[in-house]
Design a protein around this ligand. Structure first.
Ligand SMILES: [Ca+2]
Ligand SMILES: [Ca+2]
Ligand SMILES: [Ca+2]
Length: 413
């Protein structure tokens, strides 16, 4: 009986020690993909492409280890998978600096991402899962930044640091039996308050308090007690929930040219394709001037919504205004998110100046005439022609007709 127990324990122990690699790769496929110091990629059959020897983009999944020997490059996995085999590292950065590895799913490798004597590199938005060692820094791999990665289900350690210091880890999700192992390494594990640190699946603290010292009444999404790794490594602001990147949002004005005194519609569009949710205060600015605020806007996970803001330009001088919106969380880690609007600039000019050249003349009349009979309902927001149509709709009534022509004619000269 005792013998059986011992055998079972031994079997369990061995099972735990043998790191499972699920994919068996035929011997002829074994090899290594190199991003060489001269910028070339070998072998040429690798599912990676570059047009400038700076950005290396996956064109499909890769089943060989990748060794990066070139500094100052970006490796963009575009969500594709990298699966090394046997005892190989998925991605090895060897003696390089200023390399960014992003958006790559690295699974079933002995070492997911391995840095040897490499400093000043960035690991951003990768999934490092189901390997033996998730992320490993060896031999003076210092001053690297590791953010927004999922480091999950790695059988030995999530992160291993040997003789590697001053690296910064934050906004990562950690769920491994052994989260971190360090030796002679002192590192940063948070981004200060209120940005916060990492999500640790095994964190057992509560969240009743807030503030940099976590001594103010009120919850803030950050654990009240630090997450202690070892004497030289502590996450002072562990996240209470898994980190999910911010919702994608834009603040887009409906026109790029507006006559003085016009009202300009601005659509604030939020597309949230993550599980991140919370309540926010929204502020919309024209250059540095606040033009509208909304409190307690709720953004739910996996949702989309559009809010319409009206900017009354009465008290604004002629000139170009960049429209920006930002959300300040009131419910989750007081996370501040800046959303820059793509193409969101409005030129304030004389009424009637549809093309924004500062003069009202026959060119503006021609622009308006080109849209005669068109209505706002003919256009989908942001589609080609939509913004130009709005620029010509001088009285903003959603139709272009003789009223707009007359308004323009009255301001000519
Ligand atoms: Ca707290
Ligand atoms: Ca003009
Ligand atoms: Ca009109």
């Amino acid at each position: 009986m005792k013998k059986t127990v011992v055998s079972v324990l031994l079997a369990l122990l061995l099972a735990g020690m043998v790191c499972s690699i699920s994919k068996v790769v035929p011997a002829e496929e074994l090899g290594i993909i190199h991003i060489n110091t001269d910028g070339s990629i070998t072998p040429s059959t690798a599912n990676i492409t570059t047009s400038d020897d700076v950005t290396y983009t996956f064109t499909g999944d890769n089943y060989l280890p990748i060794v990066v020997n070139r500094s100052n490059v970006v490796v963009n996995g575009r969500g594709y998978m990298l699966q090394a085999s046997g005892n190989a590292s998925g991605l090895l950065l060897s003696g390089v600096s200023n390399v960014t590895v992003k958006d790559t799913s690295i699974i079933n490798s002995r070492y997911g991402i391995y840095l040897a004597s490499s400093s000043g590199d960035v690991l951003f938005g990768n999934n490092v899962t189901n390997s033996c060692y998730g992320i490993t820094f060896m031999l003076d791999s210092d001053n690297n930044t590791v953010i927004e990665n999922n480091i999950i289900n790695n059988s030995y350690n999530g992160v291993t640091l040997l003789y590697s210091s001053n690296n910064r880890f934050y906004h990562n999700n950690f769920n491994n039996d052994n989260q971190v192992l360090t030796y002679r390494s002192t590192n940063f594990w948070d981004d200060g308050y209120p940005s916060g640190g990492n999500y640790w699946r095994d964190y057992s603290g509560g969240d009743q308090k807030s503030g940099p010292n976590q001594n103010v009444t009120g919850t803030d999404g950050i654990g009240d007690a630090p997450y202690f790794i070892d004497n030289n490594n502590t996450d002072h602001y562990p996240l209470m929930r898994a980190y999910s990147s911010s919702p994608n949002a834009k603040a887009l004005p409906c026109r790029s040219v507006a006559g003085e005194g016009c009202q300009v519609k601005i659509n604030v569009t939020v597309i949230n394709d993550g599980n991140y949710s919370g309540n926010f205060n929204l502020t919309v600015l024209a250059n540095q001037t606040v033009i509208d605020t909304c409190s307690n806007v709720t953004i739910l996970g996996f949702s989309t919504f559009i809010m319409c803001i009206i900017w009354n330009t009465n008290s604004f001088a002629h000139g170009s205004y960049a429209i920006n919106a930002y959300f300040l969380s009131t419910s989750y880690g007081a996370k501040m998110v800046n959303f820059n609007c793509a193409g969101g600039t409005v030129k304030l000019t004389v009424l009637g100046d549809c093309n924004g050249d500062g003069k009202v003349n026959v060119l503006d009349l021609i622009s308006i005439a080109g849209y005669l009979g068109h209505r706002a309902t003919d256009y989908t927001a942001y589609s080609p022609g939509w913004c130009a149509f709005n620029n010509c709709d001088l009285n903003g009534d959603g139709a272009i007709n003789q009223l707009d022509l007359i308004t323009c004619a009255c301001h000519m000269g």
